[in-house]
Design a protein around this ligand. Structure first.
Ligand code: FEO
Length: 171
């Protein structure tokens, strides 16, 4: 059985991960409209990863004999100004998710739920990577400014991102 307070923050985290997927999909649709299919690919793959993050939490709650509580997912923002603004929003959002993951870690530690404290370590590392990924694209966009050729090359680079499947298995 899982501690109820820990279960609540895990369920709330599921909602945040699925909202993240929605947000990345909205960004992907925006890039498709611009014809930036590489940017669209990158954000679409990120959306799939976010669904996975939500599902790993889902499976973990089930494995701990807890109760999954799915709640309404907010409508994501869909009007963006330019690619750089999108990545700034990504970074801002991922920082918010990092804070939220830190709260899960803190709560599980406070409630002496060592299994969850260990489980959440993977998310802590994942957040470092996600913030770094967004920062790296922002730096490139800052360097190139509005240069169309550079945007074209960056679009090609982001188009090379491939989906990597992650799973959680108890035991
Ligand atoms: Fe699952 Fe982007 O945090």
């Amino acid at each position: 059985m899982i501690n109820e307070k820990v279960q609540d923050v895990l369920n709330s985290q599921i909602n945040k991960e699925f909202y993240s997927a929605y947000l990345y999909l909205a960004m992907s649709a925006y890039f498709d409209k611009l014809g930036l299919y590489g940017f669209s690919n990158w954000t679409k793959i990120q959306a799939r990863e976010e669904v996975e993050h939500g599902m790993i939490l889902f499976d973990y709650i089930v494995d701990r004999d807890g109760t999954v509580n799915l709640t309404q997912i907010d409508v994501p923002e869909k009007d963006f100004k330019n690619p750089k603004q999108v990545f700034e929003k990504i970074l801002e959002h991922e920082k918010f998710v990092t804070e939220s993951i830190n709260c899960v870690a803190e709560m599980s530690e406070g409630e002496c739920d060592i299994a969850t404290r260990q489980f959440i370590d993977w998310y802590i590392s994942e957040q470092v990577e996600e913030e770094a990924n967004a920062r790296s694209v922002i730096k490139k966009l800052n360097m190139f400014g509005d240069e169309k050729a550079a945007l074209y090359h960056l679009d090609k680079e982001l188009g090379e991102r491939e989906y990597k499947h992650h799973t959680y298995e108890a035991g």
